[in-house]
Design a protein around this ligand. Structure first.
Ligand SMILES: Nc1nc2c(c(=O)[nH]1)N[C@H]1C(S)=C(S)[C@@H](COP(=O)(O)OP(=O)(O)OC[C@H]3O[C@@H](n4cnc5c(=O)[nH]c(N)nc54)[C@H](O)[C@@H]3O)O[C@H]1N2
Ligand SMILES: Nc1nc2c(c(=O)[nH]1)N[C@H]1C(S)=C(S)[C@@H](COP(=O)(O)OP(=O)(O)OC[C@H]3O[C@@H](n4cnc5c(=O)[nH]c(N)nc54)[C@H](O)[C@@H]3O)O[C@H]1N2
Ligand code: SF4
Ligand SMILES: [Mo]
Length: 745
């Protein structure tokens, strides 16, 4: 008998709705479901991935039952074991390590938003370890922190045709990274002739090609650009006077601070035409301006906090905060937010004291979180705690390497492939190879899974329900039910952490038997039940504008949840953590020592500025590279440069380039693209899944074209611990090697 059941794709965060035709527990067909969120014909037409769902569901590459390492780490020899055997052994070994070294001995790693991560965080909290590493410091956290510190909560763009005068797309490229309604909205803005589109990006992206103004800023100088724009606004008296007078704290100080940021000086620092600074500033102040930023300014190391702060100030002085058509203070969720589901409050003081970030990244730690929480809580809100206190990889890797300040000996890797996506592959590799226990929960034997002690098979989209939320900073959750039970012996991540937790005395804290039950519990405060949600595919309450004017408990406008109750152009809070009262650009992270530069220049290499990881369809980080159609379309990793740069370096398209930093080296094929003439742009995520299960020494080809062999996670940025993937440097030279990235069949 065949039946059609609602479910969702999860090959990107958009989670499109589908109907699965199910026969005897197996999905035999998949078609778009026009009845549920977020059905959109244009998006499906533009999406190359969704048709892969059936293949992925039953791919021969999938891990279908728990496997345990036999023989040496990375030798590729595995034994199939039962779930009970695997979980009993893992729990026993974790308990033994905890007895010997304390609860901080267990670390974890997560990646992009592929799964719900609160089950892992709950498990870590109950185990008593603060050592959850994530990508928060380089993705999401910087903006969330600076918005919360400046505005009392985070904001989201409110793009309204007819009302929004200008849209700034700043260091993000949704044309490749976000195949969703948002990209369609930008295209509409680009075409409407009404809203002005501005693209701030060193590369001439598709957004730049649609834009009225392209500002090809020098990487890492965005803070200066924003301060230069504020300079023009103040000099020309373009600020929103009433809003500044009523709602901004520290305007005069900021005005004084930006005096030195003349368009001429800013043009020089940002290496752009100074006239662009003036035009952009006037436009920003002219009417309602919306702004969206992304990875381009989240991953610039020391400049990350000041850049976001300067953008906050730019928004505020022009009155573009909490206003329709500009940006709106996000809502807290009606459903149980991640912070409550994580159970972080159950971590005791002794366990919090194990946090390696304390004193090293004073904002990104429990103390920093508590300070910001004391503000946001004025309006009854809390940010998600475990992302915003997640451990610095530099410090945890160092505890793995040296045993100091205490030995970190075990690692759970949940939905990430750190040997390809974390900074400094050589270091991650060395640190992981020395551990007592590595457990990887994934669909596949990735290069990281290849060096694990256990690989636990997880259920993916279609086999598991989805309630995709935004970390508690929106009143939105979307997705839907599983169409089928997980195939073979796969389990959802939730089931794995619950089962492990039960073996470690956490039983009372995992009351919901299944992930769907847990989502139903999470949704309950809204008055909706799980089946209501599954029918519609979304719970969404649109954010209201002008929230700061709404009456607070005392009847007066509630204002902003900051120390002064106003938007803090001059921050009262950051100096308490050693940060700047007013933003100023930092120094880019340098990956090449003078010695390396000198040595390699002597053999003909050039020292250049590099961006890494600019998103490209159809791939996602280190995933989907084995798809033959994709590989026929985009066969291998490239280093892109402008024709002028290529000529300067003596490269032609198709040549092979060797890239070197103090951390390591990697090889790429040269391609030409329109961008600034003084940078290169290097792909990330590349390895060879099509070679079969990775084994040592080549681990699926991760030593050939993996840009993270060049990067570094060392602490330099003083507040959050952001490392850098953009505005970094490397040496580039010709190379006679033949690369192995051929089209696959
Ligand atoms: N140089 C450089 N490095 C970067 C970046 C960059 O731009 N440049 N970007 C950084 C950013 S922003 C991010 S977010 C990271 C992304 O880094 P990762 O998240 O590590 O990237 P992926 O390759 O997508 O790895 C996801 C893994 O999770 C598995 N997976 C998918 N869904 C699930 C699930 O539901 N459960 C489980 N258990 N596993 C699942 C997949 O099979 C895959 O192996 O990379 C970071 N690294
Ligand atoms: N196809 C695909 N889509 C993805 C992903 C993927 O791996 N593949 N990953 C997902 C994830 S985890 C994330 S975090 C998002 C990221 O999504 P986005 O934030 O949109 O990331 P990118 O598309 O790389 O766009 C970043 C832009 O910043 C520019 N840039 C680099 N350095 C600077 C700088 O110093 N200043 C300025 N102003 N710009 C700079 C780059 O040229 C690039 O165009 O994408 C998600 N979507
Ligand atoms: S990959 Fe993303 S856009 Fe494409 S169908 Fe899946 S969820 Fe939708
Ligand atoms: Mo990300």
């Amino acid at each position: 008998m065949s039946e059609k059941r609602p479910t969702n794709c999860h090959f990107c965060g958009y989670c499109c709705a589908f109907l699965a035709t199910v026969e005897e527990g197996r999905v035999v067909d998949l078609e778009p479901d026009p009845t549920r969120y977020p059905y959109d014909e244009r998006i499906l037409a533009g999406c190359r991935r969704w048709k892969m769902n059936l293949d992925v569901l039953d791919s021969p590459r999938r891990v279908n039952w728990p496997i345990k390492r036999q023989g040496a780490r990375g030798s590729g020899k595995w034994e199939r074991v039962s779930w009970d055997e695997a979980l009993d052994d893992i729990a026993a070994r974790l308990e033994e390590l905890r007895q010997e070294h304390g609860s901080g001995t267990l670390a974890s790693m997560i990646g992009g938003p592929h799964a719900s991560f609160w089950p892992l965080h709950r498990f870590m909290n109950l185990f008593g370890s603060p050592n959850n590493m994530g990508i928060g410091q380089i993705c999401w956290n910087p903006r969330i922190w600076m918005d919360a510190i400046t505005f009392g909560w985070t904001v989201e763009a409110d793009i309204r045709p007819g009302l929004t005068r200008a849209l700034f797309i700043w260091g993000t490229n949704p044309a490749q990274s976000d195949n969703s309604a948002f990209w369609q909205a930008i295209r509409a803005v680009g075409a409407d002739g009404e809203t002005m589109l501005v693209c701030v990006d060193p590369r001439f992206t598709q957004i730049a090609s649609l834009a009225d103004i392209w500002i090809p800023v020098k990487p890492g100088t965005d803070c200066t650009l924003a301060l230069g724009m504020i300079h023009v606004i103040v000099e020309e008296g373009l600020e929103d006077r009433p809003f500044v007078d009523d709602w901004c704290h520290g305007f005069d100080e900021l005005a004084e601070h930006v005096k030195a940021y003349t368009p001429e000086r800013v043009g020089e620092i940002c290496s752009i035409d100074s006239e662009l600074v003036v035009r952009a500033a006037r436009l920003f102040a002219e009417g309602r301006t919306a702004l969206v930023s992304g990875r381009g300014i989240d991953q610039v190391g020391e400049s990350v906090a000041p850049t976001h702060r300067a953008i906050c100030c730019l928004r505020a002085v022009t009155g573009n905060v909490d206003r329709e058509g500009s940006c709106i203070l996000a809502e807290a969720s009606d459903f149980t937010s991640e912070v409550d589901f994580e159970l972080t409050d159950l971590m005791g003081p002794e366990q919090r004291a194990l946090c390696l970030n304390t004193g090293r990244t004073p904002l990104q730690c429990f103390e920093g979180y508590d300070l910001v929480r004391s503000q946001t809580q004025k309006l009854g809100r809390r940010l998600p705690e475990r992302y915003l206190t997640s451990a610095s990889p530099d410090l945890v890797l160092s505890a793995m390497e040296t045993g100091k300040p205490y030995p970190v000996r075990a690692l759970i890797v949940n939905a990430t492939n750190p040997l390809v996506t974390y900074a400094d592959t050589n270091r991650v590799y060395r640190a992981l190879m020395g551990l007592n226990l590595i457990v990887v929960i994934d669909y596949y034997i990735t290069p990281t899974a290849a060096i694990a002690d256990y690989v636990l098979p997880c259920a993916g989209a279609i086999e598991r329900p989805i309630f995709q939320i935004h970390g508690g900073v929106a009143n939105t959750g979307y997705g839907g039910p599983a169409a089928v039970e997980p195939y073979y012996e796969r389990k959802t991540d939730y089931d794995v952490f619950r089962a492990l937790g039960q073996r470690l005395g956490q039983g009372d804290y995992w009351p919901d038997e299944t992930l769907a039950d847990a989502f139903a519990t999470q949704l309950a405060p809204t008055g909706w039940d799980w089946s209501d949600y599954c029918t519609i595919g979304i719970y969404h309450i649109p954010p209201a504008a002008e929230k700061h004017r709404a009456p607070g408990p005392d009847g007066f406008p509630c204002g902003f949840a900051t120390t002064t109750g106003k938007i803090e152009l001059a921050s009262e809070l950051l100096p308490q953590l050693g940060g700047q009262r007013l933003p100023e650009q930092g120094v880019p992270m340098r990956l090449c020592s003078d010695e390396l530069v000198e040595r390699l220049e002597a053999r003909g290499a050039h020292h250049v500025t590099m961006l890494t990881g600019s998103r490209k369809q159809p791939y996602n980080a280190s995933m989907y590279l084995e798809n033959p159609k994709f590989r026929a379309h985009v066969p291998g990793p490239v280093v892109e440069m402008s024709p002028v740069m290529a000529e300067l370096l003596g490269f032609s398209a198709g040549d092979v380039a060797l890239l070197t930093t103090d951390q390591g080296e990697a090889r790429f094929t040269v391609a030409l693209a329109k961008m600034r003439d003084d940078i290169i742009n290097v792909d990330y995520g590349w390895w060879h899944p099509e070679w079969g299960a990775p084994v040592l020494p080549d681990l699926g080809g991760i030593w050939e074209s993996n840009v993270n062999t060049l990067t570094s996670c060392r602490l330099q940025e003083p507040l959050i611990g952001t490392w850098a993937y953009n505005a970094i440097d490397c040496m580039i030279e010709h190379c006679d090697d033949k690369l192995t990235w051929a089209t696959i069949d």
